[in-house]
Design a protein around this ligand. Sequence first.
Ligand SMILES: [Zn+2]
Length: 238
Amino acid sequence: MSDELDLQVAFTTAAKLVGKGHLQINARFYPYAGLKSTIRLRDGAINGKVSDGYNAADLKTLTGLALDLMMKLFRIRNIGETASEYLSEFKKLDGKGMYGLHESLRMRRGREREVNPYGKNYDLEKLLEKVLADNSEVFEGVGKQTIVWSKHSSRRRLAFYDSAFSQIVVSKKFDSKAYPQYFLEYLIFHELLHAKHDVKYGGRRKVHHPEFKMDEKKFPRYFEAQHLMKNGLNSPIV
Ligand SMILES: [Zn+2]
């Protein structure tokens, strides 16, 4: 495991290796949903934001990652031998290594989650039961699912399905009477369909396939929910 200080060291080393050692470095881990990292040059400082999934990586790998970002930022093609070593350490993560890292990120996300389905305004467990009972023909044979509120009000994701935990996670922002109950039911319905349909990880998820979309239209108030989502909310449902 690496901490923020390691990340700062990694970025500082990388900056020296590409001849930018004079620049100020601000590097930090960021809870991106995937293994994403970004770099910006602003007011003479290098600002790096790296998915906290990478804190499973060692210092060498982090230095390689920082180098990779800086080579893109400063459009550097050729680097020295030492730098190449770091870079190849990072590139090794491709394939299985990357997948393993991604999984560990997902597992940690799960632990960070609240285990509580009971909100101030809505009881997710009850809503899940209702959706299953109202649409028993759609969800016939779908195994037991758990449902929880997300710990933080995510503006990026309304809700998502975590197949590793057979768990539906709903953004806490919906624990409000500002959102009608049928809309929450719709979110749950959508995520339950992910449990029903095969969700494949690795590479890009191709989840909302035609079969999925056909099933989704079986939600009793589908068009109303769609309307509300397009006009009142700006985040995607995943
Ligand atoms: Zn979805």
